[in-house]
Design a protein around this ligand. Structure first.
Ligand code: G6P
Length: 612
């Protein structure tokens, strides 16, 4: 959560910082701010509640000149989202400014100690404590900024990515990270830093991913220096980005979310590319670790949010195809559950961003206990991608809409290929199944394109349901997790309460809610449990509820009883969650747009959750 950007070079920093903040707004948009050091060695600080556009307005008549600056877009943790709690935060003497992503867990202890030394605090944030601590150390030890930052960070418990500027060293930005991401961009005559590479790509493709406990000393017109917290020089590993600016723009769509929904024909193609060869699956991560996958006793999937839903589908896939016992855990629960893990377990961590704090913590616990950890991530070079022993990227390109769409279908596609690859190794998948499923995987882009043809019909349908207060989503088997994901999409962006349920469980509780005001979305493609789900639809209809059913083309039985049907093409059951997710995404999108909600930046949410 929170996005940070920094610039030091020979040009004006304000436009770079603002553009960078816009790119990082998916990380939080409660407030935004900049601190700029100008030629006269003045440190100008502007910050305001609201989005980056509000900050731009706020700065219109302000003094924004300067070629060194740091900036921040916030997702509030400590202290409500207001002007005072917005970043950057300043030391009491007004000399040092800081931006921070993460959480200082022992901030209260530090605050009390600093208060005893006479420090006064303006905000309720943990970040202000850190900048005051840096100033205090600098004064009392009479040391340099870099020494003060190193010492202050040694007293901190928690997670941080920080950038610090100081009027006493006006040619320097100090940056550091622990458990929160930070990327440094090396330009020709400037150095950039940001929470991810998206604010940097316009200027350079050369980047350095800072590691935990590293501190970067970024000086104007000097090579980058990185040291460890023990003051040892670190290796600087410059990577080349494979990201294009056009991937970060809306490309004519009104929202990133709609663009990303429509992109799924090509993103799935990217997920599959080179991995389905002559009806066989080639996953280098599995091939290189074939022993582990062949002999594993159990797989444990850890993830959060939408990625957790993909994990539930992954469980079915891995059990059905590879015949391995699988457990799926919320990463946040797993890490505190004293789990029994052995070196014969494989832990699969699924994460779009590759930065989710709970998932990262679950990975380190699993590694401590000796498990082999496999990552399924989207963001190349992200913390989770680097922390895992091996893995498979989903390769769907940057996902900017806060509600995950193309990443979900990419994750499920990769999980399907993973299950087949392990099935090949363990000889649990028959040649027939392999041919049938791999052929269908190759058809996915075309089938998604066909399913996107539902867009107009769903837009029209959304008029009927714009102002309802509750929704129920039902599915069975492979599509029970689809019901959870459909409900989550609607909740996230339209603020309509929605619950996903296994269809047959409905009679054990949710059925009490059904009346003419509660619409039910039933995910009912032609599969093993088709007849059973028809009974579930009858139960809803008998109680006056309206039903929107997602069915396989030509399904006459459900057409007769449901109020609305959305027809999807025929697909093997194990791949149906990918196709049904398209109408579910479109339904949530159109309802939210009709309600006037900001679908790309829904309230209170952030795309990358780097705090506990
Ligand atoms: C946040 C996002 C969700 C996402 C979840 C897990 O809650 O809003 O869309 O599913 O984090 O994120 P990850 O990046 O680990 O998949």
């Amino acid at each position: 959560m929170c996005g940070i950007v920094g610039y030091i070079g020979n040009s004006q920093c304000f436009p770079v910082l603002i553009k960078g903040l816009h790119r990082l707004e998916y990380r939080g948009y409660d407030s935004a701010g900049v601190a700029i050091l100008n030629q006269n060695n003045e440190l100008n600080l502007y910050k305001t509640r609201g989005k980056v556009a509000d900050l731009e307005n706020f700065c219109q008549s302000k003094e924004i000149a300067g070629s060194i600056g740091i900036a921040h877009t916030r997702w509030a943790t400590h202290g409500e989202p207001n002007d005072i709690n917005a970043h950057p935060h300043m030391s009491a003497d007004g000399n040092i400014a800081i931006v921070h992503n993460g959480t200082i867990e022992n901030y209260n202890v530090l605050k009390q100690a600093l208060t005893k030394h006479g420090c006064e605090f303006k905000s309720e944030t943990d970040t202000e404590v850190l900048v005051q601590l840096i100033q205090y150390v600098k004064e009392t030890n009479n040391c340099t900024l870099i020494e003060a930052v190193t010492e202050a960070l040694s007293q901190v418990v928690g997670a941080y990515a920080i950038a610090v500027v100081d009027r006493d060293t006006p040619d320097t930005i100090i940056a550091a990270r622990k458990s929160s991401p930070l990327v440094i961009g090396i330009g020709e005559d400037a150095t950039y830093l940001a929470s991810d590479a998206t604010p940097i790509i316009d200027y350079t493709d050369k980047v350095v991913y800072l590691n935990d406990d590293e501190i970067a000393i970024i000086k104007k017109n000097e090579p980058l220096r990185v040291i460890t917290s023990d003051n040892e020089p670190s290796n600087i590993d410059i990577k080349t980005l494979k990201l294009s600016v056009s991937q970060l723009e809306k490309g004519g769509y009104p929202h990133f979310m709609l663009k990303e929904i429509f992109e799924q024909t090509s993103t799935i193609e990217d997920s599959i590319r080179g991995r389905v060869v002559n009806n066989h699956i080639q996953l280098s991560g599995v091939n290189e670790n074939s022993e582990k996958f062949a002999s594993a006793d159990r797989i444990i999937i850890v993830a959060c949010g939408t990625s957790w839903h993909a994990g539930l589908i992954g469980k079915r896939l891995l059990q059905d195809i590879a015949r391995v016992p699988v457990e799926v855990e919320y990463a946040s629960e797993f890490r505190y559950s004293n789990p029994v893990i052995t070196s014969r377990d494989i832990v699969i961590a699924i994460s779009q961003s590759g930065e989710t704090a709970d998932t990262l913590a679950a990975i380190s616990l699993a590694k401590e206990k000796g498990a082999f950890v496999y990552g399924i991530c989207n963001v190349v070079g992200s913390s989770i991608a680097r922390a895992t022993d091996s893995g498979t990227y989903i390769h769907v390109g940057p996902e900017i809409g806060v509600a995950s769409t193309k990443a979900f279908t990419g994750q499920v596609t990769v999980l399907t290929m993973l299950a087949l690859a392990i099935g090949q190794l363990r000889k649990t998948v028959t040649p027939d199944t392999l041919v049938r499923v791999t052929s269908a995987i190759e058809m996915l882009p075309a089938l998604i394109k066909e399913t996107l043809g539902l867009n107009k019909a769903i837009e029209k349908l959304s008029n009927t349901y714009t102002y309802v207060h509750n929704f129920l989503y039902l599915g069975r088997g492979y599509n029970y997790p689809s019901a959870l994901e459909g409900a989550l999409k609607l909740k996230e962006i339209s603020y309509i309460h929605a619950e996903g349920y296994p269809a047959a469980e409905m009679k054990h509780g949710p059925i009490a809610l059904i009346d003419h005001e509660l619409p039910t979305v039933v995910i009912a493609p032609m599969d093993e449990l088709h007849d059973k789900i028809i009974s579930n639809i009858q139960q809803v209809k008998a109680r006056g509820g309206s039903v929107i059913a997602i069915v396989t083309k030509g399904d006459k039985a459900i057409k007769e009883i449901a109020d609305h049907v959305l027809e999807i093409p025929k697909i093997p059951e194990c791949l149906s969650p990918i196709i049904v997710s398209i109408p579910l995404q479109l339904l949530a999108y159109h309802i939210a747009v009709k309600k006037g909600c900001n679908v790309d930046m829904p309230r209170n949410l952030a795309k990358s959750v780097t705090v506990e």
